[in-house]
Design a protein around this ligand. Structure first.
Ligand code: F6R
Length: 609
């Protein structure tokens, strides 16, 4: 998704801006650009290709400057084309006074566009961002900081912006509302970015701006005002942002590497967990867990599916009712609030706009007991929630989430056990047994990874298909959903998942000899029911691709292909079964030759609504 980097320094900042963009690349983007203050003029370079091409363009044009801004764009308003790429200039490319970059969506852009067009501004792009550039130019009163404070009052929607003016060569002004933005404090130089990771290697002194903040960056000065224009004190934190995307090593793609990292990161996530106690989720968790009598889970995409899996766990083990909601729906739904809910947000990035908004909505309805399961300790989600469990998946570069998902499941299983304990539903013996199973997970996952050659053979068949169905039952139904999502995201094969018992109520009409039906078939209490559902598929000629356990008693035969996972893993079985589905999606995508780590149209961190 869109990324921002900006700098004011007394040295050439192009390497810092470009390095920052490269660090944000993994989030997904379709164009990029840099604008610099060069000898009293604004100059820019934009590209619809990769940041390395932009770098080459900048080198060829000998572009250097002490003040500037840069951006990776993920198209929302207007096609991914060079004229829509940021930075945007105002009043025009030739007479540029203002350069501006923006993350987020301006909802009243049509109205402002009409107003500014009437004033004589000629728009060069279809973006909502260009509206802000012209608005700032129109309102400019000789002081960019003051102007931006006034201009943002005219905006509705979400934004993080960074802007500079031709007449104020050592100043960048930035503002945020609904989209993340941080300030990097240097020695006599200052920076702004949408993520601290963009500044890794440049500065580790980070200020997290709050909603409504506007910041004035000059050479030796960082001055922040809040949404009321009042001076605001924000702490400077030392942040060990990752110094860069890890090396690929022997792997072909980051996604493959991340799938294979799962034994290690699950181990890391559980490191230090010597027993089940509420404090695993933060100080004060005991009191919170004591007060709640239900759980409301809010998340999007893959994280939503981890929440759905947790519903099965929490209800059956802790006996607490759980409601799982898609964040983008919940935030606008007229739901019935329950103040004794534990509101759990699940997010890999901790910056997903819909999940953050759903959290705020839940709080506005009087639900104050909030907890997040999140992979980024410094993210907005962790800052906004009272309690947190930080998964230790490490940076996930592949857009399709893999290791973040399984570490979320590990965190959610711990939450299940902690709630069960508070509820008097976990004996010491059960606790010890569950912890033993969790500690064995890395070895169990490694044995699933060893099935890769068999899965590659299936992937060859799948690569020739355009549709696939995924079936699961009980807590493996969300795993079927996740398997289908993985396949469609990276191989572009249309895939749908159903609870297997639901097939006969409609989707069975899709089953022909051409339809591969992936079935998640662990040897659990529903296995015999599932086998009947599989018969329904075979009777219509459907091709079954079954991930069974070693003792599921399903054998290969005509139209039935079986891969056996080496052990049945009880309640934690979803964590093993999803790994086989990740490998199937990955190898199918490789066989189809898609851009596995950066699938079309998708972004890693979805910071717009
Ligand atoms: C799919 C995927 C997405 C994310 C979703 C939420 O592979 O990664 O569906 O799960 O965009 O993102 P987070 O977890 O960062 O809130």
């Amino acid at each position: 998704m869109c990324g921002i980097v900006g700098a004011v320094a007394q040295r050439n900042i192009t390497p810092i801006l470009l390095e920052g963009l490269k660090r944000l690349e993994y989030r997904g983007y379709d164009s990029c650009g840099v604008a610099l203050h060069v000898d009293g003029q604004l100059q820019r370079s934009r590209s619809t290709s990769r940041v390395t091409d932009l770098e080459q363009q900048i080198e060829e044009a000998h572009l250097k400057g002490f003040t500037g801004i840069a951006h990776t764009r993920w198209a929302t308003h207007g096609a991914p084309a060079s004229h829509n790429a940021h930075p945007h200039f105002s009043p025009s490319a030739d007479l540029a006074r203002i350069a501006l970059v923006h993350n987020g969506i301006i909802e009243n852009h049509d109205e402002l566009r009409a107003e500014l067009t009437a004033l004589g501004y000629v728009f060069q792009s279809q973006t909502d961002t260009e509206v802000i550039a012209h608005l700032v130019d129109d309102m400019y009163n000789g002081d960019l900081f003051d102007t931006v404070q006034q201009a943002v009052k005219r905006l509705t929607g979400a934004y993080a912006i960074a802007v500079f003016h031709r007449e104020e060569p050592h100043r960048v002004v930035a503002a945020r509302q609904g989209s993340p933005l941080i300030v990097g404090v240097g020695q006599g130089e200052n920076f702004v970015a949408s993520d601290a990771m963009a500044l890794a290697g440049t500065t580790d002194q980070i200020i997290y701006l709050e909603e409504g903040d506007v910041v004035d960056l000059q050479l030796g000065r960082v001055w922040i005002v809040d949404s009321n224009g009042k001076p605001a004190q924000r702490d400077v934190k030392t942040v060990q942002a990752h110094t860069g995307a890890a090396e690929l090593g022997p792997y072909r793609h980051y996604m493959q590497k991340e799938i294979f990292e799962q034994p290690r990161v699950i181990g890391d996530t559980l490191e230090g967990v010597t027993g089940i106690m509420p404090e695993l989720f933060g100080d004060g968790a005991y009191n919170v867990f004591k007060q709640i009598d239900r759980v409301l889970i809010l998340a999007c995409g893959t994280s939503y599916y981890s929440g759905l899996t947790a519903k099965y766990w929490i209800e059956s083990v802790a006996r607490i009712p759980v409601n799982v909601e898609i964040a983008s729906e919940y935030r606008y739904r007229d739901s019935v609030p329950h103040p004794n809910s534990l509101v759990v947000t699940i997010s890999q990035s901790g910056e997903t706009a819909d999940t953050l908004a759903a959290l705020k909505h839940a709080r506005s309805l009087g639900m104050e007991h909030t907890l997040t399961i999140c992979n980024v300790a410094t993210s907005a989600m962790v800052r906004e929630c009272k309690l947190a469990y930080i998964t230790r998946a490490g940076v996930e570069v592949g857009v399709a989430s893999t290791k973040a998902f399984t570490t979320q499941l590990a965190g959610l299983f711990l939450l299940t056990l902690a709630l069960a304990q508070i509820n008097g539903r976990l004996t010491d013996a059960e606790e010890a047994e569950h912890l033993k199973s969790m500690r064995h997970l890395p070895v169990a996952i490694a044995s699933v990874l060893a099935l890769e050659p068999q899965i590659i053979a299936w992937a060859e068949d799948f690569a020739r298909k355009e549709n696939a169905l995924f079936l699961g039952r009980g807590m493996h139904y969300p795993i079927a959903l996740e398997g289908a999502l993985k396949l469609k995201e990276i191989s572009y094969i249309h895939a749908e998942a159903y609870p297997a018992g639901e097939l006969k109520h409609g989707p069975l009409a899709l089953v022909t000899e051409e339809m591969p039906v992936v079935t998640v078939a662990p040897n659990d209490a529903l296995i015999e029911k599932l086998k009947s559902n599989m018969q329904e598929v075979r009777a219509r000629g459907g091709q079954l691709y079954v991930f069974a356990d070693v003792d599921s008693r399903i054998t290969s035969g005509e139209g039935v292909h079986v891969i056996r996972l080496p052990e049945h893993y009880g309640l934690l079985s979803p964590i093993l079964h999803v790994v086989s589905l990740q490998l199937l999606a990955y190898h199918t995508a490789v066989a189809r030759g898609t851009d596995v780590d950066k699938p079309r149209n998708l972004a890693k961190s979805v910071t717009v609504e």
